[in-house]
Design a protein around this ligand. Structure first.
Ligand code: UGA
Ligand code: MN
Length: 239
């Protein structure tokens, strides 16, 4: 099966380094199609250049967020993932879907495991919330609950990076709402997922194969234009 790896991304000083790192992981993975959904009115040249150089099959989609979400506390990556879902529904009827944000860290073993997803598979994600891990709770090979520091009245208390979906299980009703913190749960509910359908991976969810890493935000230096640092000025001018 082909893995469709869906990555939302947006312009910022950390974008190129994050995508470079992720690209260098994905380049080790056979039969993977990278869908990069760009939070920009047109697909950016910086992102295109990275994609082209991977040699991977890819699709670059322009998926700007609606204007009302330009504030601070908004659901991130939703317009992007919705655009990718539409593309998948229109172009693909076989394979495995995985939502991999541009700043996460993925162990190559995860790809071997999610490729076998029959409906929906789940596994732990490291560096999440106060507990430091978000994971399904497995009893006798079945998922019976969730260990997550923010249950938030969710049926499936998982992170975006903690599950994979077989594309045959993607219904036309599949959707992701613009509700921060509830994107994963509502998406899985929209698939009609039941607890007994969940396939636990990563040795019955006892191993961490993906981490919710975050790069410290780059602080713009106060440029002292009186000193002749022309090269540094050129490097920062886009931000
Ligand atoms: C967490 C989850 O891991 C996300 O999957 C979820 O969408 C997000 O919370 C949320 O609920 O809003 P977090 O690390 O806090 O993610 O957020 P970011 O990594 O900043 O953003 C998630 C993804 O959306 C990234 O791939 C990022 O590049 C993208 N994004 C972020 C945009 O496309 N546009 C933005 O304005 C911000
Ligand atoms: Mn993130």
């Amino acid at each position: 099966k082909i893995i469709y790896f869906v990555t939302p991304t947006y312009p910022r000083p950390e974008q190129v380094p994050e995508l470079t790192r992720l690209a260098h992981t994905l380049m080790h993975v056979p039969r993977l199609h990278w869908i990069v959904a760009d939070d920009q009115p047109i697909c950016s040249e910086e992102v295109s250049n990275i994609l082209r150089r991977t040699g991977l099959p890819y699709t670059h989609i322009s998926s700007p967020k609606p204007f009302i979400y330009k504030g601070t506390n908004f659901p991130r990556g939703v317009a992007n993932r919705r655009a990718a879902l539409t593309w998948l529904q229109e172009n693909v009827n076989d394979g495995v879907l995985y939502f991999g944000d541009d700043d996460n860290t993925v162990d190559l073993q995860l790809f071997d495991e999610i490729r076998l997803t029959k409906k929906v598979s789940m596994f732990p994600v490291g560096l999440i919330g106060d507990y430091g891990v978000s994971s399904p709770v497995v009893k006798e090979g079945k998922v019976v609950g969730f260990f997550d520091s923010w249950p938030g009245s969710r049926l499936f208390a998982v992170d975006m990076a903690g599950f994979a979906v077989n594309i045959e299980f993607l219904k036309p009703s599949a959707n992701m709402p613009y509700i921060a913190g509830h994107e994963e749960d509502r998406f899985l509910v929209s698939l009609g997922l039941k607890m007994e359908d969940i396939e636990p991976l990563a040795a019955n969810c006892s191993k961490i194969l993906v981490w919710h890493t975050k790069t410290v935000k780059y602080k713009k230096p106060t440029l002292r234009l009186d000193i002749k640092k022309i090269d540094s000025v050129a490097a920062y001018k886009n931000f």
